[in-house]
Design a protein around this ligand. Sequence first.
Ligand SMILES: Nc1ncnc2c1ncn2[C@@H]1O[C@H](COP(=O)(O)OP(=O)(O)OP(=O)(O)O)[C@@H](O)[C@H]1O
Ligand SMILES: [Mg+2]
Length: 598
Amino acid sequence: MEKNIKLHVEDLTVSFRTTQGMVRAVRGVTFDLHEGETLAVVGESGAGKSVSSRAIMGILAGNGIIDKGEIIYEDQDLTKISEDHYHDLRGNKIGMIFQDPMSSLNPIMRIGKQITEGMILNGKRLHNSYKKRFHLEKMEYRNAKAELKELHGRIKKIKKATRKGELTTSVMKKSTFKEDYSKLKIAAKLYRKQSDRVNADERERKIIENKEGLIAFKNEFLTSREIFNKEAAEQLAEAQSAVMPLIAPAKARIKKAKPIYVKAKKTAKVETKLEWKEQKAKAAKLLEEAKGSFDKSKADKVKADYTAKVSEAKAELKSFKSTAKELPRDEVKLGIASRKADLKTLVAEMKEKVNAHQNDVAKIKEDLRRYKKVTKKEAYERAIEVMTEVGIPEPVRRFKQYPFQFSGGMRQRIVIAIALTASPDVLICDEPTTALDVTIQAQILELINDLKSQRNLSVIFITHDLGVVANMADRIAVMYAGKVVEIGTAEDVFYDPRHPYTWALLSSMPDLTSKERLSAIPGTPPNMLFPPVGDAFAERNSFAMQIDFEKQPPMFEISDNHYAATWLLHKDAPKIDIPEVIKNRIARMTNIADEVKI
Ligand SMILES: Nc1ncnc2c1ncn2[C@@H]1O[C@H](COP(=O)(O)OP(=O)(O)OP(=O)(O)O)[C@@H](O)[C@H]1O
Ligand SMILES: [Mg+2]
């Protein structure tokens, strides 16, 4: 069956600038995402799974660059469209959920607000465009104010330094001086009292000496203070003479900038209101047009066409019945049955087509909701709806809670709810269950599966665990060292794997029956600062041939849907038999599958 292609990624190549050089994270990845399917992307850590999906979402880290390639969504190359437009798509048409729900939630914002935030998005966009309109004027005013503050600051700084005694000349604190002075005084007094036994001349001399010492100490303090004050005054004067001439121009700059800023803000408000009005009118018009063209004319016409056909068929049945007397009984029976069946099909067809038109109207309304500004009340109602949809009990109470009040599984449900508020077509799940325990993991997988079928989502499901996708993937892309090395239907990859890396992944997967882990993949993936010239897996591949170390293998076609990049598929390559462990495993899986079918 010919599939509709939802997303087409062609030769996507992403590098990161680092201090050690360029990290070649994604090296020419090509795949299609079909409408309504789940495409699993599997591979070891560092294979480039997250980087590829982040490139699709347009949220690469700052040091990342898309070197080349195309990401086609609805006939547009996402790598080429303008940033504004890109933001319309990501988070709207394409949603993404991550491994750790806590990292995508704001820990100090109530859950409800986090869900509605995105919906009031258009409001937010308007708010942003409003702010943009007077940004420059605002910055000028702010900078002028900052300049004056900085000038005053320079003087303040010197005054503060003076207060704290932090100049080049240091001064004894008054309190320290007082304390020491009184200690010396007491010592002098004590001497006077206790020195009776000393020779009178000697005593007199010491007393005078003590007195002089006290005076000298006091003077020393006063002089150092004087020097300090002089230095402080000098510095202050210097700063003031440097700063004072600048104060007036700074004040003038503020005076000039302020009214310009205030005026720009006012104009921005008016303009934004106008833009908002235009948007609203446009949305209303679109909705009117949509309604007109769909439910009225089209649905009615379909109905009318079918009504005619149905009555024709009925009439034919009637006339057949009336002429049936001359025919053999069996033939009459058959004739009536087949005519009735035709009639039934016709009616079913008619219902389906009319419904389809009604769904189209609903879809357009939904699209318009994205476009229109949603009021707070609408956003609240919608939030409660999606919370219910993703299985949050007591959504009204939960709406007001904080992320820490939710369990890991519930948090992941919230993250999914947030993605759903935008009604995406494509959902990228990057290891959404890795941080959860097994039972919760199964529930989240089930939720994703349900949402996928109810909303006809196309899902990219990233995981390093083949076991997780066995039951949910329609197709699987195996990634290694920044490349897709094998891609095919889930059956192809599980029952007819062709790339030695896929073999290695399969044999490292815990067995469904024996639960034993057959073998870990030996070695480690290559350092992507220096990607290998040949097949990146060659180093770890016991079946590697000379050519694997020298030349990149192309994608060999195994069937319409199944491709693998390994030289083993070259027509001149030696016939290698798939490893025994995997053969056995496939045999066991086939048995289980057969049992399940029975
Ligand atoms: N910001 C960055 N700067 C430099 N290198 C990066 C950056 N982000 C990712 N990389 C590198 O890109 C390569 C691919 O990383 P990616 O996160 O896509 O791996 P992954 O397949 O998602 O693995 P995991 O299972 O660990 O999530 C890795 O070698 C990684 O170190
Ligand atoms: Mg990752």
